[in-house]
Design a protein around this ligand. Structure first.
Ligand SMILES: [Zn+2]
Length: 85
């Protein structure tokens, strides 16, 4: 899996709906890719905050902002090959 592929399934991973096979690849990539670790770590922390408050459901607006922020961050990390949107 490449960084851009990881980013593409990040939504599903966050929702917990990612395919188990993909999930494994996701975690394998994550284990060896520090920039992706940082991104996923931030998401996990954010989700934990939400989870502590109420049933786990991210507001749509929040998710959109999160994804936009992630893309921006990702572009900074990988300036040459942006994710296919
Ligand atoms: Zn990566």
């Amino acid at each position: 899996m490449k960084c851009e592929e990881l980013l593409q399934i990040l939504n599903e991973y966050v929702d917990g709906t990612v395919d188990p096979g993909l999930c494994k690849e996701f975690e394998q990539h994550l284990a060896g890719c520090n920039p992706c670790q940082v991104v996923v770590d931030n998401i996990r922390k954010t989700i934990t905050l939400y989870k502590n408050g109420e049933p786990f459901e991210l507001p749509v607006e929040f998710r959109q902002r999160l994804h936009a922020a992630l893309r921006e961050r990702w572009k900074q990390i990988h300036p040459e090959s942006g994710p296919r949107a």
